[in-house]
Design a protein around this ligand. Structure first.
Ligand code: APR
Length: 251
């Protein structure tokens, strides 16, 4: 499947390219998505594990679940899709990477910046005194029992839970990027969770060329300019190559 001339033209002439990624871009690294057949929400109850109510009713269970996820993330590597996005930064005057993922695989792949709409799995903070704890260098006792060393308050992962506000500055920056960009790529997301899912349409309403890269259809497939039905780890490296060829053919 080749990319359309219209897409390559829009991309090669874009001053600002914005990208929104979801769990799908980490699938080829071996990290489960949320809503696919083998996704996390098929096995675990999000209300119980990814919510303040769940944490307050059973902090040890929620903490253990995040330990489990950190263990998985620690054992995987960024894939060719992450790496292609890191390389894509150099291709445009302005490149904004927005992610719903908390695994930090974009940063490990070399992306210099990522707007983390849903927080991250690496950092943790005390709910009382806000002391920050970095999981990687935690002593054993904290790993088992999430209590603050200074005030004994509950320590929670720095992940945005269902029903919680997204980091205001981060969301604002993402919305501004969606308004300003000429091309918006929605990659590996079911586009079901607002406000992240609204970003592709903000881009569309601001005359950007919007593309979905996802092996499956989503709720926004019918409202984007171009759909690439391929895994991100295949489509993105190929997009980099075809963009380079397209630019050379126009010189
Ligand atoms: N390449 C691209 N897309 C893929 C790949 C792949 N290799 N594999 C799966 N996908 C697609 C699936 O088809 C699906 O549309 O990735 C999407 C993953 O969707 P979700 O599991 O819903 O994940 P996401 O969109 O990131 O969820 C958004 O919901 O539960 C919350 O906070 C959580 O950030 C998450 C948010």
């Amino acid at each position: 499947m080749n990319f359309s001339e219209e897409f390559l033209q829009a991309l090669s002439s874009a001053r600002h390219v914005a990208v929104l990624t979801g769990a799908g871009i980490s699938a080829e690294s071996g990290v489960a998505t949320f809503r696919d057949q083998d996704g996390l929400w098929q096995k675990f109850n999000p209300a119980e594990l990814a919510s303040m109510e769940g944490f307050m009713s059973n902090p040890a269970l929620v903490w253990e679940w995040y330990q489990h996820r950190r263990g998985i993330i620690g054992g995987v590597e960024p894939n060719e899709g992450h790496k292609a996005l890191a390389a894509m930064e150099q291709q445009f005057e302005k490149f904004t990477l927005i992610t719903q993922n908390v695994d930090r695989l974009h940063q490990r792949a070399g992306s210099s910046a990522a707007l983390e709409l849903h927080g991250n799995l690496v950092e943790n903070y005390c709910m009382d005194c806000r002391a920050v704890y970095h999981f990687a260098d935690e002593k054993a006792e904290l790993r088992e029992n999430p209590r603050c060393r200074d005030c004994s308050g509950l320590v929670r992962p720095a992940v945005v839970w269902f029903g919680e506000m997204l980091p205001v500055e981060t969301l604002r920056a993402a919305q501004i990027a969606a308004q300003d960009c000429q091309v918006f790529l929605s990659i590996g997301t079911s586009a079901e969770v607002m406000p992240a899912a609204g970003l592709p349409m903000i881009a569309r309403e601001n005359f950007a060329y919007v593309v979905e890269i996802n092996p499956q259809p989503t709720v926004i497939s019918g409202r984007v300019h171009s759909v690439i039905r391929e895994p991100a780890g295949i489509a993105l490296p190929r997009l980099l190559r075809e963009l380079d060829q397209f630019r050379k053919s126009r010189v």
